[in-house]
Design a protein around this ligand. Sequence first.
Ligand code: NAP
Length: 285
Amino acid sequence: MTESTPTALVTGATTGIGLATARALAAAGFHVLLHGRTLEKARRAAAELSRYRVTPVYADLARRAEVVALADRIRAEQPPLDVLVNNAGVWNSTQELTAEGVELTFAVNHLAVYLLTGLLRDHLRPRARIICVASDSHRQVRGMRFDNLNLDGSYHGLRSYAQSKLANVLYCYEYDHRKQDDTIVCAVQPGLVQTDIGIKGNTWLHRLAWRVRRRMSGNKTPEEGAATVVFLATVKEPPPSGLYWDDCRPKQSYASSYDPVEARRLWEVSERLTGFTYDWGAGRQ
Ligand SMILES: NC(=O)c1ccc[n+]([C@@H]2O[C@H](COP(=O)([O-])OP(=O)(O)OC[C@H]3O[C@@H](n4cnc5c(N)ncnc54)[C@H](OP(=O)(O)O)[C@@H]3O)[C@@H](O)[C@H]2O)c1
């Protein structure tokens, strides 16, 4: 962590776990770049945290050009990052495609993470922490459907979401495997958290199911759901890289996430679908 004010970018920080993370990091002394889908949404959330140093930034992460523009603006206008929290995510009952023809959940939950992180790599400080909000729901799929990533003809919100969360874990492990510097990359299971993720973009039946599910006892508040992310971002001794975390402790992820062939293949597919290749030899801040 730097001697001066550390900087953290939190994506999807206008609601839920992301907003709770942004609030906690700002309270801990970070300059927080609070990302929202639009500038208006980001400004509104930043206004709630006006007693802290918070800068609204924006991009629709389903749009490749907006991800690139966000990274360009951050690199041009903001200090290098100590922490990057890839938190933004969606759960969609019905299949939707992006302008590039990629299934929306996979595009937002994984491809935007791959692209944004890659574009910001040369804007990370030494020993920066990249924290990806994944989910234990990755256990619900046995592997990536590389033959049909869009799940044409077999789309289900649970399947698509689980595949995207498996991609989050595979991405972190493969990043850790490929990196040649001291960046720390972590995947986090936040728990079952009382947010609106299951209400947006969903059928009435899925909305109802989510409302019932999130009321069940043992579920976490957004602040509790953000706790492991905040721990990893703020803990003084840099955490070990390349692990899956839950309740502020590393734990085993599920079997399919440890397949190095799947991880390499996901990386190659992500390169192709985003048109972006990481330059591991390039200098950093
Ligand atoms: N809640 C849980 O139980 C749970 C469990 C495991 C993992 N997670 C993960 O936790 C993360 C945060 O989810 P949450 O539960 O806090 O849900 P949430 O309250 O719906 O927050 C999701 C955030 O991502 C943003 N986002 C979604 N699509 C976007 C797009 N195309 N462009 C820009 N921003 C976009 C949302 O903005 P809008 O409001 O504009 O859509 C919102 O700010 C997700 O990665 C989710 O998969 C959640």
